[in-house]
Design a binder for this molecule. Structure first.
Ligand code: GCW
Length: 673
């Protein structure tokens, strides 16, 4: 086998009590011909899962009419309904008599319902008396892959692409298993190529690739997933030979019209484009003095008749900042660039906004665009790929971080304006919005480099479906579908996952300052790596203190981008949440934190603790030897070894750096070089 099935292993469940309801699968869609590919796939999943987990060989019956279905006494009954409490993708599951009814308005709903039932059984839960209704909180639940056509993955930490290799599209069984994995957690859209669109990737929207993409899109469609592509804003120049890609130029418009027409001829159910423009050297409307709205709307207008969506990223900033300039602030950039355009985007445009104002650091405040924009569709972008959180060598379960973002109250409205309210569309009655994650997958045997990192992929899907699930529950679900059901295994892995983000934060950069990583590859410590670089990501440490003054009063003014009472809360050092202290303020080393510790002592203590906690996690993991499959144990152990080495290096570099800057000794007299 070239790869495992992650949480779709369907491990055997011993002594399962409710087998009697699961004897056969009855589909009430008229006849077999009426069955869509999606329903066929739902049946396949149920059949395989029940067989592997419970050793039940189910019969599949397709019934011609509801009357006939009504005569069925037992089994799993899949049924389309017009129940008005259900949304298009929602479902209900009811266990009545000797049967389990999965009902939905659409075949997609039946697929999600089937996966839900499987998830419950896989966790060993009883389904007796089950009576639930589920509707997704977000309409868009997306993955973004940063896969390049040569097979490499930008910020990929788990092997190469399983979509591309040598400028060709790969179409093998793994594409089906990928679709199964992500559909099983509710993901309904995927962008398979990098947002930095270069060379051959520009041609994905041409005859050269569209035939194969069609095949891939059809596979995805069978699991309710729409295919999207990242497109190159300069495609009219690079492919069409036009002198410009000005969004107001008639020839440019004509070029895109023909291009998009062709895309939809090949793939009638194509989702749309994701665009990174005017950012980190990518082309965009700025070149022609046009706005992002003019750029996005041009494409959106052409996509509209086909039902297509245009997703435009807000990751736009000046990456050539002079260090003497204390006013320019990368953190301000997304807001400054987009807030003035609120209301100018067409209704099939969605702005995709990174969770924080910088770039996926271990700790950032929430982007003030959530709470700022009120007449614009928004997608929250998070990064499952652990670019700044340990490259999937270090374990870092990110769901608690994403939960904090989702639960953040923006004060955009009197009530109901958390980030979750906004991106779900509830706050402003929007339809085209949701969540996207930069994927952490590759063609490694275990898909995610570190086996434990699969919890982030799993968790993203579950959270995007239901933002109210807790991090603990999501971790538990994933563990029970992945590992043997032994208390010791479950508890140890759960504890490791839940501690992992705070631990990673402890041994890396303190109190929201971020960026003390090696430039370019973003793994391992390099306190001044970015300090003397022009990317505009400073910590401003000197002999007295450190931190970036982002106040309105004396600093870059970033704090003022929030609604009240947040703006004042961040502005004031006394009320600024301490985990973000250095993000918003320049703070002296002898400043007393709420714990009574000085800033410098806090830095020392957390860095020592971080390493000690990694050691404890490793102890816990060691004890699982023999209780879980050896290959999994060995792979994760090898990662833990790398993590420990990394944590020690971070501890020593950071502590030494601040000791030498400040001249202040560790109160506990521990070894600092
Ligand atoms: O985090 C930065 C990464 C780039 C990435 C960029 C982006 C795809 O370092 O590799 O480019 O963000 O989000 O566009």
């Amino acid at each position: 086998m070239k790869y495992n099935k992650c949480w779709l292993n369907f491990n055997p469940i011993n002594n399962y009590g409710d087998k009697e309801f699961l004897t056969e699968i009855i589909v009430c869609t008229g006849n077999k011909e009426n069955n869509s590919l999606i329903i066929d796939n739902a049946i396949k999943e149920l059949t395989e899962a029940l067989n592997k987990m419970l050793n039940i060989k189910v019969d599949q019956r397709i019934l011609a009419s509801e009357d006939e279905a009504a005569t069925v006494k037992s089994g799993i009954i899949l049924k389309l309904t017009d129940d008005s409490t259900l949304k298009e993708e929602g479902f209900s599951i009811k266990q009545i008599g000797e049967a389990v009814y999965i009902e939905a308005k659409t075949d997609k709903g039946l697929l999600y319902g089937s996966f839900d039932l499987i998830r419950r059984i896989a966790q060993g839960q009883s389904i007796r008396g089950l009576n639930i209704t589920e509707n997704p909180k977000n309409n868009f639940r997306m993955l973004n892959h940063w896969d390049n056509m040569d097979g490499s993955i930008e910020r990929g930490y788990s092997g190469n692409s399983f979509f591309f290799e040598n400028d060709e599209i790969i179409l093998d069984e793994r594409i089906v298993d990928y679709a199964r994995l992500i559909a099983s957690v509710g993901i309904n859209a995927t962008v398979i190529n990098n947002v930095n669109v270069h060379e051959a990737a520009t041609e994905l929207i041409t005859d050269r690739y569209l035939g194969k993409l069609r095949t891939m899109a059809d596979i995805f469609a069978g699991y309710g997933i729409k295919l999207y592509l990242s497109a190159n804003f300069a495609a009219p120049i690079e492919l069409g030979g036009l002198p410009v890609s000005d969004p107001l130029d008639k020839d440019v418009e004509e070029w895109w019209k023909n291009c998009i027409k062709k895309v939809y001829e090949y793939i009638p159910h194509f989702g749309g484009f994701l665009i990174k423009a005017d950012s980190e050297g990518r082309p965009g409307p700025f070149t022609y003095g046009r706005t992002h709205a003019e750029g996005a709307n041009l494409l959106a207008r052409i996509l509209k008749p086909y039902g297509g969506i245009l997703i435009w990223r807000c990751f736009v900033y000046n990456c050539q900042q002079d260090w003497r300039d204390y006013k320019t602030d990368r953190a301000r950039a997304a807001y400054d660039n987009f807030i003035g355009l609120d209301g100018e985007f067409d209704d099939n445009v969605i702005l995709q906004i990174k969770n924080g104002p910088m770039d996926f650091q271990v700790r950032e405040p929430v982007s003030p665009l959530f709470g700022g924009l009120k007449n614009t569709n928004m997608i929250l972008e998070v990064q499952a790929a652990q670019e700044y959180t340990g490259h999937q060598k270090d374990v870092c379960y990110l769901i608690p971080m994403w939960k904090e973002v989702l639960d953040f109250e923006t004060y955009a409205k009197k009530d109901g304006s958390t980030v979750a309210d906004i991106v779900s569309g509830r706050a402003y009655n929007q339809v085209n919005c949701g969540m996207a994650a930069v994927s952490n997958t590759g063609n490694d045997y275990n898909w995610t480099g570190n086996d434990l990192a699969a919890s982030n992929l799993y968790g993203f899907g579950r959270l995007a479906w239901n933002t109210e699930l807790s991090s603990e529950q999501i971790a538990m679900e994933w563990i029970k579908q992945t590992f043997p059901h032994e208390d010791k295994v479950i508890n140890t892995v759960h504890e490791i996952l839940m501690k992992s983000w705070p631990v990673y934060e402890k041994y890396t950069s303190p109190l929201g300052i971020g960026w003390m990583v090696n430039p370019n590859n973003h793994y391992g410590p390099n306190v001044d790596g970015y300090e003397y670089d022009r990317w505009g990501t400073y910590h401003r440490a000197d002999r007295d203190g450190m931190g970036v003054d982002r106040t309105v009063k004396n600093g870059t003014g970033y704090a003022g981008q929030y609604n009240e009472p947040l703006a004042s809360m961040y502005e004031n050092i006394e009320t600024c949440p301490e985990e973000l202290l250095l993000f918003f303020h320049y703070v002296r080393y002898d400043y007393k934190l709420k714990t009574g510790k000085t800033l410098i002592q806090h830095i020392y203590d957390t860095h020592f603790e971080g390493v000690e906690e990694v050691e404890k996690m490793i102890e816990g993991w060691k004890e699982l030897k023999g209780l879980i499959p050896d290959d999994v144990h060995d792979r994760v152990s090898a990662r833990f070894n790398m993590q420990l080495e990394n944590a020690i290096e971070w501890r020593d570099r950071v502590n030494t750096y601040f000791y030498r800057k400040s001249g202040v000794k560790d109160e506990k007299g521990r070894k600092i070089f």
